[in-house]
Write a protein that binds this ligand. Structure first.
Ligand code: PPE
Length: 316
């Protein structure tokens, strides 16, 4: 169950958690008109730091622009500052941030262009997405019978709330059948992504991931993994992946803000590699956590430190 924090940012003001409510006839409720982000703030030795803040802000604004929703008056810098403020005011050492842009209350009907566009940013504590144990031993997943959102229907480069109806079908089917997650194929039948994660395969020492044209979200963790792989000298190829390559890969793992780097140990009950976290997955995962937790130099400037306010008592 979600643990409430104190404040949520709404259109430039900090409001109480319980006051962040919308009317049932808000445009978003009937028509799914929202875009959002998921961002992690990590505890580092020098305090909390938001991971890849600039990139998440950019994707949020891009997502809104695709749906003609970028009519709010906040700049990238203001949105980034708002995220830092939300973390600071709620005083958590680490957390998950959820900025949401939505079409609000006003007109009814499909055309939402006249409805107000509201911006909210919340944060709360969120642990391991696919379970603590999964990070070392891997998860059991399936290929979904549902196809991922198709090009020219719901645009995959926009992280829109509506896309997650498709994600829910994938996820609920997987859970109902005893798996942790589902991998969706695109409309051409090639590997796309998980319900809430991008996917990577390893075969013969090479890392493979589907291209943006395979209806995947342009994942910021995906980009992080690609950058880390380059740094570690692991060859990386972006290209279409036939479903059966999943079964014969040496290693497979998910990447995502919530999922971080999670190994996959079986797909459709077929064991992947040796059936546990593979060596390349482990190297990438270790490097990822060393950077985000501030144990290794932030060589790419990925962390934005949150100014921790001095408690009032300390000022006396
Ligand atoms: N694909 C999808 C469909 C997706 O939802 C996510 C993130 C990713 C790929 C990875 O993107 P990135 O976080 O930028 O590396 N999913 C978010 C929401 C999960 C949820 O259950 O809510 C997340 O990980 O925050």
């Amino acid at each position: 169950m979600l643990k409430a924090t104190e404040k949520i940012w709404h259109n430039g003001r900090l409001i109480a958690w319980d006051d962040a409510k919308i009317h049932v006839l808000s445009h978003v409720v009937s028509y799914g008109s929202s875009v959002f982000e998921g961002i992690r703030c990590y505890a580092t030795p020098s305090g909390p730091a938001i991971f890849r803040l600039k990139e998440h802000v950019r994707r949020l604004v891009d997502s809104a622009k695709i749906y003609r929703m970028d009519t709010f008056k906040f700049s990238h810098e203001e949105l980034a500052q708002a995220m830092l403020d939300v973390v600071q005011v709620n005083g958590l050492p680490s957390c998950y941030l959820r900025p949401i842009v939505l079409r609000g209350y006003g007109e009814v009907g499909v055309n939402g262009l006249k409805n107000p566009v509201d911006v909210y940013i919340a944060c709360w504590e969120w642990g391991k997405y696919l379970g603590e144990e999964a990070m070392a031993s891997g998860v059991d997943v399936c290929v979904a019978s549902w196809t991922r959102i198709a090009p020219n229907t719901l645009p995959a480069l926009s992280k829109a709330g509506a896309n997650y109806m498709n994600s829910q079908l994938i996820k609920m089917e997987a859970m109902a059948n005893g798996y942790s997650e589902g991998i969706a194929l695109d409309t051409a039948g090639y590997v796309s992504e998980g319900s809430g994660e991008n996917i990577f395969l390893v075969r013969d020492g090479k890392l493979l991931t589907p291209p943006l044209g395979a209806s995947v979200l342009p994942g910021i963790t995906r980009d992080t993994v690609v950058t880390i792989a380059r740094d570690l000298g692991i060859p990386i190829v972006e290209g279409i992946i036939p479903r059966e390559l999943l079964y014969i890969a040496d290693e497979v793992f998910f990447s995502g803000t919530a999922a971080e780097v999670t190994p996959i140990r079986s797909i459709d009950r077929i064991t992947v590699g040796k059936g546990s976290r593979g060596p390349i997955t482990e190297r990438i995962q270790k490097e990822f956590f060393a950077i985000v937790e501030g144990r290794k130099e932030d060589r790419h400037g990925w962390l934005s430190p949150v100014e921790v306010r001095e408690p009032a008592a300390a000022l006396k």
